[in-house]
Ligand binder design. Structure first.
Ligand SMILES: [Zn+2]
Length: 277
């Protein structure tokens, strides 16, 4: 998912596995990369050979991004800033340096603080989730010993994000998370998020019912984009009957917008969709 500020700043959120690496023409200019946490389906441990390779329920993810991650490979190619919380900046700084990039492009936004890049204010917020570093990203004997022992590396807590764009729009990106009180006390009461991108996939994160509670009772945004369904949510742009996406849409009281490949949506400062929805 790519966000573009009215001033032209472009932000890639959790590259995942369906961005076809740094050469994916859909990316264009990327100024900032956000990584909510280190799991391979977010930071990118592998990726498709070409956009939309494979099928929606079984994407071709045959290109390995180990030991770098797709986030690092894209940052190197685009000279992007990687803005992350917890202890993730030092991991990304080391990867950038090891590959001839500038370690200063790994920037910290730890809970409670924020950093402004390209006119967009970026803060991290609580996500109740794990954040282990797959030993496949850790080079040398240490990585091998960790893999042999089934132990993952520690770079602190998983995160969500709150972004404030130059038109005043405040967006909450849930990342993978359970239900947390901060979604009310911090995301709503302090930041006043008006648009939420909410993960609904169940198992790894809030399922559609839990996610609907977060939206209806805790964050209370003006609109929401459903995300991370972990199944086929749409076919030819239409929501699949009986899907988690449909369950979420039925339960949520504000407009739910379904993200579709190559279909831009535009939101005003109040979180209302004004084009493309
Ligand atoms: Zn995860």
């Amino acid at each position: 998912m790519v966000f573009e500020d009215p001033n032209g700043t472009r932000i890639l959120y959790d590259p995942g596995r369906t961005v076809a690496g740094a050469g994916d023409a859909r990316l264009g200019k990327i100024d900032i990369i956000l990584v909510s946490h280190m799991h391979g389906d977010h930071v990118g441990n592998a990726h498709t050979k070409a956009p939309n390779a494979g099928s929606c329920d079984a994407p071709d993810m045959s290109v390995s991004a180990l030991p770098n991650t797709s986030a690092v490979n894209i940052a190197l190619a685009k000279k992007s800033k990687i803005v992350v919380g917890s202890d993730m900046p030092s991991f990304f700084a080391a990867k950038l340096k090891a590959n001839g990039g500038d370690p200063a492009n790994a920037m910290l936004a730890r809970f409670g603080g924020s950093v402004t890049v390209g006119g967009v204010k970026i803060a991290t917020v609580t996500a109740q989730h794990s954040n282990g570093v797959d030993p496949g990203y850790i080079t040398g004997e240490l990585g091998k010993a960790m893999a042999d022992n089934g132990i993952w590396g520690d770079v602190g807590l998983a995160t969500g994000y709150v972004l404030t764009f130059s038109n005043g729009l405040v967006v909450y990106l849930s990342g993978d998370t359970g239900i947390v009180a901060d979604q009310e006390k911090v995301v709503r009461d302090y930041y006043h998020a008006k648009l939420a991108v909410m993960n609904i996939g169940d198992g790894f994160t809030t399922g559609p019912k839990e996610a609907a509670y977060v939206i209806n009772d805790l964050v209370k945004p003006a609109s929401v984009i459903a995300s991370h369904a972990n199944e086929v949510g749409t076919v030819k742009g239409k929501v699949v009957p009986g899907s988690k996406t449909e369950t979420f849409i039925k339960l949520v009281k504000v407009p739910v917008h379904v993200p579709l490949s190559d279909k831009p949506m535009e939101f005003d400062g109040a979180g209302k969709c004004v084009a493309g929805c």
